[in-house]
Design a protein around this ligand. Structure first.
Ligand SMILES: Cc1ncc(COP(=O)(O)O)c(C=O)c1O
Length: 399
């Protein structure tokens, strides 16, 4: 049987590809601290389980391809609640996670061979969505030595070619934790106007913005509304990653209407989970506020632990729940495998995601790892102790 050449262009996710090594370590009785994946350990709102216990749908029927009307209404009310008063229900299409939204947008805005400009490092699955749509990603590199801040606009301009259809940003950013300022967003929007491009901003971590800073959504830029597409999700906001519910939000109804063709092909997003999403949105604001406080504490804990490990470099993430750390190793992927396959300290080890998979230019992330601070502070401290001991034991340490 023949396997397609196309699929050989895809790679396994750097977030998950070391899982067999982690499973082997667990089978040997080693406790593995998972810093590799953005799977929060924070409890989903009680409202979700109250809803699930209360239902008896009789038939779990197909729902509308654009999403359950009450969920769309709940999303609109949520946007109004965060100050985005102009967002209407007609500006929202429900998707099967933010992931599907990203794929739909590539499919709708780009023909095969078209290009999208994106900051790297970026959320690694975007490269698979781009490949599915046969879109080439043109990276603009943000660097650890600059705190991963948005590269200068002229770097974006250099990456634009006649084939470019869109610029894609993610703020708060996975994996860097950067948040782009209103001034930076406006500069990118002006560039989009100049080159007649769409701006896609993935804001699935919108709530996770630290140090008392307010987050400015791209949806607040009314003057540019027709070229703005926002990707949203309840996965992280309500610790509901497995529910697979997200949204595409745009004032450009032509784009939404074209997305609906793809939505109709997949019939509908999971219906029970959409209703569970409505229930989640009834959770009190204190749920989000408490979660945010917890992540901020975890960030502080992780950063201070990393700063005490010789040879390790990282910057202070401003949002989301990830950071990229540069390690004193020859090759971060080999080191991550070593930590799972060959090393344990006190019966424990740590799993991290090698960062090269978050770059187009894989050399750039060769000594970097991405860590998700989704564990409690005690576990983070234990994990960092393992990291410290692992670096001492690893034969390829460079310091
Ligand atoms: C930046 C970013 N966008 C999108 C997603 C996917 O979100 P969803 O679970 O809604 O598909 C993730 C998941 O980690 C992410 O980090």
């Amino acid at each position: 049987m023949i396997i397609s050449d196309r699929i050989n262009e895809f790679t396994f996710s750097p977030i998950r590809k070391l899982t067999p090594f982690a499973n082997d370590a667990k089978a040997r009785g080693t406790k593995v601290y998972h810093l590799n994946i953005g799977q929060p350990d924070i409890k989903t709102p009680d409202e979700v389980y109250d809803y699930l216990r209360s239902i008896d749908p009789g038939i779990v029927a197909y729902g509308p391809s654009e999403g359950e009307p009450e969920l769309i209404k709940a999303f609109a009310a949520y946007y109004h609640g965060i100050g985005l008063k102009d967002i209407q229900e007609s500006d929202i299409m429900i998707t099967t996670g933010g992931s599907e939204g990203l794929l739909f947008i590539f499919m709708v805005l780009c023909d095969p061979e078209c290009e999208a400009v994106i900051t790297e490092p970026f959320y690694t699955n975007v490269s698979s969505f781009a490949k599915m749509a046969q879109v080439t990603l043109r990276p603009v590199t943000s660097r650890i030595e600059d705190g991963f801040k948005l590269p200068p606009i002229k770097e974006f301009e250099k990456a634009i070619t006649p084939k470019t259809r869109l610029i894609m940003l993610n703020s708060p950013n996975n994996p860097t934790g950067q948040i782009y300022t209103p001034h930076e967003l406006k500069a990118i929007l002006d560039l989009c106007v100049k080159h007649d491009l769409a701006l896609v901003v993935d804001e699935v971590y919108r709530e996770f913005c630290y140090d008392g800073k307010e987050f400015t959504s791209i949806l607040a830029f009314d003057d540019y509304a027709s070229r703005i597409i926002c990707i949203d999700s309840i996965s992280k906001r309500f610790s509901m990653c497995g529910a697979r519910i997200g949204a595409i939000v745009s004032k450009n109804h032509e784009i939404l209407s074209q997305c609906l063709k793809l939505g109709q092909a997949r019939l509908c997003s999971p219906v029970l989970e959409q209703h569970a999403g409505i229930a989640a949105m009834r959770a009190p604001q204190s749920y989000i506020d408490d979660v945010k406080v917890q992540y901020e504490k975890r960030r502080d804990c992780l950063v201070s632990e990393l700063q005490n490990i010789p040879g390790v470099r990282c910057c202070n993430p401003r949002g989301a729940f990830y950071l990229v750390a540069d390690l004193p190793v020859d090759d971060a992927e080999s080191f991550c495998i070593f930590m799972l396959r060959d090393f344990s300290y006190d019966g424990q080890t740590v799993m991290m995601a090698p960062a090269s998979g978050f770059y187009i230019n894989t050399e750039l992330g060769k000594s970097q790892v991405r860590m998700a601070y989704v564990l409690n502070e005690k576990d983070i401290c234990n994990a960092m102790n393992c990291l410290r001991k692992g670096l001492e034991a690893y034969p390829g340490t460079t310091r």
